[in-house]
Write a protein that binds this ligand. Structure first.
Ligand SMILES: C[S@@+](CC[C@H](N)C(=O)[O-])C[C@H]1O[C@@H](n2cnc3c(N)ncnc32)[C@H](O)[C@@H]1O
Length: 399
């Protein structure tokens, strides 16, 4: 373990294995700060909380987009529609990054006809920078990677800068909180908890705590949404995986687990503070039929492998998938991203070009082609692709 991973291990809840990308980033910061040894950079991290924050944001980046894993939002919408609207529904988006997740949740609630008095969203993140962006209610062009579902379209308005602005009624539902999930204590229970693509960055004790916290803070019959690659241990909890494909949703059965000390015990707040009664009538019938995790399809396998950095496995699963579904543009997008990560720009360009042929309004492919043109020093083409990407936002709405 080098000095940098030792610093991360002591000062953050992050997985602190030495990593080429972290080392490259530290080199870049040292160059910018005029520091010539790693020891001096580590000293700077100790003295300057802003520098420490910058490193944290690099190790656990705010990678997010609107309606990420769309199936999760279909599940959420169905559960909201079935719920008792005379009581406030509470939702948590833990590790909300720059807001696309809480924005998607808010638009889902608006599509069910709910108001801020009926639906409240806690948007929590470690980073003030990300929360500042969340408070604007704007999703950047890069946060528009999958089509917005038709039922949510009315709650986003395109801006002149290619962003999508959440309806103010949705923004009013969102309360931002800066907190560290390794120590955070919820003050209440939640009907729906999103904690997606956060655990992948955390060390084992924090993951363990987080798994138990999710179990404790979720109302009976509530739902917990995780990411593809979030390896959280949920065996100490009464959370069970549902069979709904692609949603990575867990339901909380009514049975209270006997074992294990509650996470809240070592903390000032007593456990009772989060053990409030359920206000939901989420799909119990569905929950009762659910037993085992479903087999994962090839595309999901590829996504999981890519999310956890196993590019070779991701590529293998994608090749098998594309052999069956050669015109699935999402597969070619992922292939392009993998090729970019492998520094194989020529192949990445081929994939993104294929995507634009299959799906001319795919803004991620257009923006990637712009970045590739930039890399080649072809500013004119880059500008053209960026222009097209910005126009896709408007055209998609007219569709
Ligand atoms: C990859 S983003 C996931 C965003 C969103 N949940 C999604 O799936 O699209 C991970 C986020 O987790 C946040 N995060 C990482 N460690 C955290 C911690 N200890 N406490 C709170 N947030 C944390 C990061 O700041 C980052 O914004």
């Amino acid at each position: 373990m080098n000095e940098l991973s030792a610093w991360l291990a002591v000062n953050t809840p992050l997985e602190s294995e030495p990593h080429k990308y972290i080392e490259l980033f530290a080199d870049e910061r040292m160059r910018l700060l005029g520091l010539n040894t790693l020891a001096k950079y580590v000293e700077r991290l100790n003295l300057d909380p802003r520098e420490a924050q910058i490193l944290y944001q690099h190790v656990a980046p705010p990678e997010t987009w609107l309606f990420r894993y769309i199936a999760a939002f279909d599940v959420l919408r169905e559960a909201i529609l079935k719920s008792d609207h005379s009581k406030v529904i509470h939702v948590a988006s833990l590790g909300c990054a720059t807001g696309s997740e809480p924005f998607s949740i808010a638009a889902t609630a608006l599509s069910c006809g709910l108001t801020k008095d009926q639906f409240q969203i806690l948007a929590l993140d470690y980073s003030d920078d990300h929360l500042n962006i969340t408070r604007t209610g704007r999703a950047s062009a890069l946060a528009q990677r999958t089509p917005i579902p038709k039922w949510a379209n009315d709650f986003f308005r395109p801006t002149t800068k290619g962003q999508l602005q959440l309806d103010p009624r949705g923004l009013a539902m969102i309360n931002t909180v800066r907190a560290d999930l390794s120590t955070w204590q919820p003050q209440r229970a939640y009907d729906f908890v999103f904690c997606r693509n956060v655990a992948i960055y955390l060390n084992s004790p924090t993951k363990k705590r987080l798994g138990r916290l999710l179990g404790e803070m979720t109302n009976p019959n509530g739902l917990v949404f995780l990411g593809h690659a979030d390896s959280l241990s949920l065996e100490d909890t009464d959370l069970k995986r549902s069979q709904i494909e692609h949603a990575f949703v867990f339901f909380k059965s009514k049975k209270i687990p006997q074992s294990s000390t509650p996470v809240g015990v070592e903390r000032p707040q007593p456990k009772q503070s989060i053990a409030v009664k359920s206000s939901m009538s989420v799909p119990v019938a569905r929950a009762q039929t659910i037993v085992l995790p479903p087999p994962i399809d090839l595309f999901t396998q590829a996504q999981i492998a890519a999310d956890s950095g196993n590019l070779a496995a991701a590529e293998k699963a994608l090749m098998a998938y594309v052999a069956i579904k050669p015109t699935d543009s999402q597969a070619h997008v992922l292939f392009g991203c993998i090729k970019m990560a492998q520094n194989n720009v020529a192949e990445a360009e081929r994939s993104f070009t294929k995507v634009v042929y299959l799906e001319p309004l795919n803004s991620l492919a257009l923006l990637s082609l712009a970045a590739i043109s930039d890399l080649r020093g072809d500013a004119k083409s880059a500008e053209r692709f960026r222009d097209r990407a910005a126009r896709t936002v408007v055209e998609q709405r007219l569709d």
